[in-house]
Each structure stands twice: as structure tokens, then as C-alpha cells.
Design a protein around this ligand. Structure first.
Ligand code: NZQ
Ligand code: ZN
Length: 384
């Protein structure tokens, strides 16, 4: 196992009706800015529930954080924070609103041009405002981690940032808040969480047996219960989906093991360029990524084939092929396409995405830093 520090200060408040706990979680004298997305938080009544729980505090609102939040929008929130002397932020939404709130938390206290935070991937953040979250979409894990992704619209760049100052103070996870989600977003959530686990599990073995077994437990839970969580509003199905998505990216399974993230970096470029949902980019890239990098990932692919898909027959290569095919058909069974051609993208897109990867310095990615532009080209061609 590799050396590691594991630190996660986010308090999770889980269960139906727990939004009422905001009264205890947010300081009584706080000037709170509630940040949310389009209309869903208002339409579903969650915003009103949050306001009731915070009653007695000075409350302000910032709505309109778009999916794949933009720097341009978020800087308007930063201006409001300064103008209203806000001292606590509360994100109400999915990954986009939470990531956007993280950026606002850092940018409001940043000296200099805030876009530098993105160009330095968050390494230059030294402090951030305190913030909490009310999660309405189980998918990204942003509610219990210290990362985010923000798009600079002017540059067409979707860039990740990471800093220990960006853990939420608390996150309220009420599974009933997922009842209003369209099936497409629920399916996206299952796929995103699945790929988060794969980026930390399907690399090479460092004898991290605990991490492997945790990761396999999360994958099996998604395979066994994900489809039901999408099609029914059963409380326990939604509760399990919410918790699995949080655990998939809160640092636990990635501590002490190598991490890949090449699928995500290519996926971010596809979203920035073609506005494809985050999880849908991953579903198209991951099977091709595993195919192209099968030599470097061989022993973990065989472990994955046996322990996740119960594939025990055939040669090593046949079992690997079968495991990749099962991954693809799992995503397809959720109505999430696994080919870029589903978005009418062809060879022009390969060239365009490679140019973007180059422009953003993504020229040596993956667990061995050997996913060069040439390897990314092979992956993109295999994903058409
Ligand atoms: O904008 P509103 O009207 O609120 O609608 C949203 C949005 O259109 C809607 N929605 C959210 N909760 C709802 C709801 N609709 C009905 N009922 C509810 N309860 O869902 C739509 C999508 O929301 P969004 O927040 O964009 O989705 P998601 O949670 O999948 O977040 C995606 C973003 O997170 C980033 C992605 O790159 C993308 O920008 N990621 C963040 C990560 C992190 N911080 O660790 C890791 C991930 O890999 C990912 O990159
Ligand atoms: Zn993701």
C-alpha cells in the first residue's frame, strides 16, 4: 500500500427530514448566502424548506448556477458575497451547485485574479469561507470531498481544482430529495459513481486489499441496486444510491492506492466542447480506455472480471474482453450510450478534443502518467 494522509472533516447528516437540522448546523448569527441552480430547488419546495429551517438568520439568495457551472456566473456570486458581507455559504443542489459554491468560497477570499485558482488547479488556495451543502442529486461525491470543476466559458475550458480548505463543513443527505429527479439524472448518478470507483480501483495492485474490497462492494451495490434506484422511488433504494455515490469519492477508497482519472480528464473536455452531460462522457470513454490500456491494467482487469462480473471461463484476454463488454452493457441498460457516435461525433471531434487536452496540459495523465496525447487519440478513436 502507498503512504497516505486521510483527512475528511465533512459531517454527514443523513436521512428523511434532516433539512430541519440546518438550524443546529449553521451558526445562529450567520449572514447566509443560499446558492442554487435553475428552478428545481424552488419548484420542489426544497428552497422553502431550507429557508424555514434557517429562520431568524439574515438570508440572501443566489440562483442560476448552471449545470457545469461557469466562472462567469460564479464571479457574480462572489460580488454578492462581498457586497452583502456574507459569512456562510449554503449550496442547495447537485454537483454543479456544490462545486460552484466551493469556487465562490475560495474566490471570495482570494487575492488576485480568481481564474488563477483554476489555472493552478486550486494549489494556490490558502483559505476559504465556511460552507455547507444540501444535496439533491446523488452522483458526484462533491458533498464530502474537497474538489470541484468549473468552466471558463470564454476559453471553453472545464478545469478541476482541489484543496483541503474546500471540504464542506457539513452536508445534509435526505434521500427523499431525489424523488423529483428525472430518470436521466438518476442514471447519470449511477454511472458517475461507478466510474469514480473505477478510476481508483482499476489501476494496478499495491496490495491495498481493504481498498479493493470496499471498491468492489460499492461497484456491486451499484450493479445490484442501481437499476431499481432509478426506476422506483423506494426510500431504501434511494438512500443506498445516495450513500454509495458519496462513499465513491470521499477519499476513502482512493487512500493509499494509485489513481487514474484519465477518463475524467477526457470527459471534461467533451463536456466543455460539446455540452454532453458529465456522466455520459464517462460512459463513452471508460470502456475504450480499459480496452486501449489493457496491458498496464491487466491484473486488475482480471480481478474485476472475476469479482464483479463472476467471469471465470476462457483465456485471460477473453475474460478481459467479457468484463469490458459487461461494463458497456450495464451502462447501456441504464439508457446511457457508450459510444460518442450517439452524440453524432466523429473523427473531427477526436482532433478537437486532442487540441483541448494539449491546451490544458493534459498530456501525461493516468496512474502511470503514460496516457500521452497519442494514447488519448487511440482511446477517443475506440470510443466513436
Ligand atoms: O439547475 P436545476 O434546476 O437545479 O436542475 C438540476 C440540473 O439541471 C437538476 N436537479 C438537481 N437536483 C434535482 C434536479 N432536478 C429535479 N430534482 C432534483 N432534486 O439536475 C440537473 C443536473 O445537475 P448537476 O448538479 O449539473 O448534476 P451533477 O450532480 O451530476 O453534477 C455534475 C457536475 O459535477 C462535476 C461535473 O463535472 C459537473 O460539472 N463533478 C464534480 C466532482 C467533484 N466535485 O468531486 C466529481 C465529478 O467527477 C464531476 O466532475
Ligand atoms: Zn465524475
Amino acid at each position: 500500500m502507498l503512504n497516505f494522509d486521510f483527512y475528511n472533516p465533512t459531517r454527514i447528516v443523513f436521512g428523511a427530514g434532516r433539512i430541519a437540522d440546518l438550524d443546529k448546523l449553521v451558526p445562529a448569527d450567520a449572514r447566509v448566502l443560499i446558492l442554487f441552480g435553475g428552478e428545481s430547488a424552488r419548484k420542489t419546495g426544497t428552497l422553502a424548506e431550507v429557508r424555514t429551517a434557517l429562520d431568524g438568520r439574515k438570508m440572501f439568495e443566489f440562483g442560476g448556477i448552471e449545470p457545469n457551472p461557469s466562472y462567469e456566473t460564479l464571479m457574480r456570486a462572489v460580488a454578492q458575497v462581498k457586497q452583502e458581507q456574507i459569512d456562510f455559504l449554503l449550496a442547495v443542489g447537485g454537483g454543479s451547485v456544490i462545486d460552484g459554491t466551493k469556487f465562490v468560497a475560495a474566490a471570495a477570499l482570494f487575492e488576485g485574479e480568481a481564474s488563477e485558482i483554476l489555472f493552478k488547479f486550486g494549489r494556490n488556495i490558502s483559505r476559504a469561507m465556511p460552507f455547507g451543502t444540501v444535496l439533491t442529486l446523488p452522483a458526484t461525491g462533491s458533498e464530502m470531498n474537497d474538489g470541484g470543476v468549473v468552466t471558463l466559458k470564454a476559453q471553453g475550458a472545464k478545469l478541476p481544482f482541489l484543496n483541503q480548505a474546500l471540504f464542506p463543513v457539513f452536508s445534509v443527505l435526505d434521500p427523499t430529495k431525489t424523488y423529483t429527479l428525472p430518470q436521466r439524472q438518476l442514471a447519470n448518478g449511477v454511472v458517475d459513481a461507478f466510474v469514480h470507483v473505477m478510476e481508483q480501483y482499476l489501476t494496478y495492485s499495491v496490495d491495498g486489499h481493504v481498498q479493493d474490497r470496499f471498491a468492489e462492494g460499492l461497484l456491486l451495490t451499484l450493479i445490484e441496486h442501481g437499476p431499481n434506484a432509478i426506476s422506483s422511488t423506494d426510500y431504501n433504494a434511494r438512500a443506498n444510491l445516495m450513500w454509495v455515490a458519496t462513499l465513491a469519492l470521499n477519499g476513502l477508497i482512493g487512500a493509499g492506492v494509485p489513481q487514474d482519472w484519465a477518463t475524467h480528464m477526457i470527459g471534461h473536455e467533451l463536456t466543455a466542447k460539446y455540452d454532453i452531460d458529465h456522466a455520459r462522457t464517462l460512459a463513452a470513454v471508460l470502456p475504450a480506455m480499459l480496452q486501449v490500456r489493457r496491458e498496464a491494467k491487466r491484473s486488475k482487469l482480471l480481478q474485476y472480471a472475476e469479482r464483479i462480473w463472476n467471469i471465470r471461463e476462457g483465456s485471460d484476454d477473453e475474460r478481459i474482453d467479457a468484463a469490458i463488454a459487461r461494463t458497456r452493457s450495464f451502462f447501456e441498460s441504464l439508457d446511457v450510450p457508450t459510444r460518442l457516435s450517439a452524440y453524432e461525433l466523429g473523427t473531427d471531434a477526436v482532433t478537437a478534443i486532442l487540441e483541448q487536452l494539449k491546451a490544458h496540459g493534459m498530456v501525461a495523465i493516468g496512474e502511470h502518467r503514460d496516457v500521452t496525447l497519442e494514447v488519448s487519440r487511440q482511446v477517443l478513436e475506440a470510443s466513436l
